[in-house]
Design a binder for this molecule. Structure first.
Ligand code: 13P
Ligand code: SF4
Length: 310
């Protein structure tokens, strides 16, 4: 790339020229969030992908999110700035093993968290995200037996909130599992006024400390509407960009992980850069393609989720 290029200008020009839309998750780097047409959590982004009239969707997020956009808008070209932007949680549930797991519970309904492959969604009855998982389980009859996957932490949290006995797949997110209860407790001693905000992908030991548990959009809204001024944030660090932008008078402290790394960045989310976004919009690669038969099966549980969450 010519180093004198103003990437913000170039991306805006290409977007208009190609009738493209940029959808970005809150875990993307700040520059990408700033150039996006829409920033959101997984639910908000899939709602946008379903209704956009753009010809091209540039999905600044990870592979399963771009796949979901393609499933919802199969006629549109869906681009992902870095094709290797995967997800440890989606990887923790290989479809051939999940198929066997599902066969062991033939009378169970299958709810899958959106953080999974298209093939897994195609094996599901309803998809959910972190912002609607509790509502979706509550919308089902209490007698309904349920398999929930792939995230065991979200699954356990949903089981507790709904009082339901869910059969859980044993998967997890590498970013949300790394927070240290001990270090958060010590941090709270230093900042006794701080409220602890946590994503339900965190382990129970961390969720037990939280004043608020919710999706990234939920966490952002809570912090913005709260009269409190200090927050310890137990989720991926990208969310801090919008939190600080929307609340310049408040202080946001990333929850410490239990290793010696200084940050809570998701290595998959952070594979995308502004340069890669520019190149992918310019060259229209890497493109996300999903086999037609998978789209035909996977779209039903996603649409069911969108109907329940409308
Ligand atoms: P939400 O976007 O639903 O908050 O999920 C967070 C996440 O881990 C996405 O990868
Ligand atoms: Fe996957 Fe976790 Fe990264 Fe989200 S934060 S994309 S769940 S690895």
């Amino acid at each position: 790339i010519d180093p004198t290029l103003d990437l913000f200008d170039e991306i805006s020009r290409l977007k208009k020229e190609k009738n493209a839309v940029i959808l970005a998750h809150y875990y993307q780097e700040g520059d990408i969030q700033d150039i996006a047409d829409y920033i959101g959590d997984s639910l908000g982004l899939s709602q946008q992908a379903a209704k956009t009239d753009a010809d091209i969707i540039v999905f600044a997020g990870v592979h399963f999110m771009a796949e979901t956009a393609k499933i919802l808008s199969p006629k549109k070209k869906v681009l992902l700035p870095d094709i290797k932007a995967g997800c440890s949680l989606a990887d923790s549930c290989p479809p051939h093993l999940f198929r066997k797991f599902k066969e062991a519970y033939p009378d169970h309904l299958v709810i899958t968290y959106v953080n999974c492959t298209a093939e897994l969604k195609a094996m599901s009855d309803i998809v959910c995200t972190s912002s609607n998982a509790v509502g979706i389980v509550n919308s089902l009859s209490p007698e309904q037996k349920i398999i929930f996957g792939p995230d065991r932490n979200l699954g356990r949290y949903v089981a507790e909130k709904t009082g339901r006995d869910l059969v859980l797949w044993n998967g997890a997110c590498m970013v949300h599992e790394i927070f240290s209860r001990e270090k958060i407790t010590r941090l709270k001693e230093r900042y006794p006024e701080a409220k602890i905000l946590a994503h339900p992908e965190c382990e129970q030991a961390v969720l037990d400390l939280a004043d608020y548990i919710g999706s990234t959009t939920g966490i952002l809204r809570y912090a913005t509407s709260s009269p409190d001024k200090q927050f310890i944030v137990a989720t991926e660090a990208g969310i801090l960009h919008q939190m600080e932008k929307d609340n310049p008078d408040k202080e946001f402290i990333p929850a410490p992980p239990n290793n010696n790394c200084a940050c809570n960045d998701c290595p998959h989310m952070k594979r995308n850069t502004l340069e890669k976004l520019y190149l992918c919009l310019k060259n229209e690669i890497p493109e996300i393609l999903v086999p037609e038969d998978i789209i035909a099966r996977a779209v039903k549980p996603i649409e069911r989720m969108l109907e329940i969450s409308a």
